[in-house]
Design a protein around this ligand. Sequence first.
Ligand SMILES: [Zn+2]
Ligand SMILES: [Zn+2]
Ligand SMILES: [Zn+2]
Length: 332
Amino acid sequence: MSSNRDLMYIKPEVQNVMHRLITAKVDEIIPIIDLNASEIRYPILDVIGLNSMDAQILESMTQVGILEKSLYDKLLVCPTHPDTLAVTLRLYCPKCKSFDVFRMNLVEHKLCGFIATKEVFENNKLVCPSCNALIKDQKDVSFPGMWYECKACKGKFDAPTIMLRCRNHSHDFTMSDAKKIDVHSYKLNKEAEKEFYDNYILVTPLRKLLEPFGFKVEAAVSVNGKSGVNHKVTLYAHTSDTKIVIDAKTAEAEVPDQFLIAMFAKVIDISPKLAFFVAMPNVSENTKTLAKNYGIVVIEGKTLQEIMNSIVENLKSKLNLQINDQCKITVE
Ligand SMILES: [Zn+2]
Ligand SMILES: [Zn+2]
Ligand SMILES: [Zn+2]
């Protein structure tokens, strides 16, 4: 596992983003581009209590390979006021600079060869003024010519001058002067998703659950034992007088008992009030018997919700925590 990624995973705000992405099965973090408000927002950040307009956390997660970003949009904005996104096109008459220009189309009725402007056909309710046949669809006509006309100077021209208009500050700028802003979407890297799921997925719901009782909850942390040796555990929740140690393992089928045995060595040295061995999906009967002898509570479950429910029940009965049912964390 990459250590750069681990440095990110231990940050609570990163844990919140990851937890949301994984449990809500968000495929891609898509921005909302609000031109009127001049905002590029990532609503997922709102959901977890961060500023949805500050994508810095997503960028940091991208730098260490947790997220993969792709170009979602490219905005052309005013070079003088790049913070305002409201930009529209304006077409100008190249002769008198009026923007009161309109496009003229020539239309030919294929059946009889009659040619007139589009307006002539439209004003005649789509009946050809020459042969009186009804024009049913586009296939009946061709467009042999197109140009622009200026209402102000009556000039005719092939190409108007195209300018971009800064709506909020009412001025024009050219396409080549426009500032380009790249807007990105983000996807969770599959490997990072597995790393996080295996090692950190319980930290967000447990923190919500235990912080109100004065616990500090840390993930992937080293805990100092009586012997002076540091032990890496999946989760460590502690107050001044209560320690809870959790090791979690995920496997395709039964989680092998070697992980429980490794945990036992840590538990003896740390001597927490409560030790949970979380196994997804389950362990063998033999592992359960071992755990009982070791004083370790085995938590099995196929889903996060099952595991959290079981942890809540154990915290209630073994630590006498007054967790009411509203405190149960819905993780899926
Ligand atoms: Zn401007
Ligand atoms: Zn003109
Ligand atoms: Zn005709």
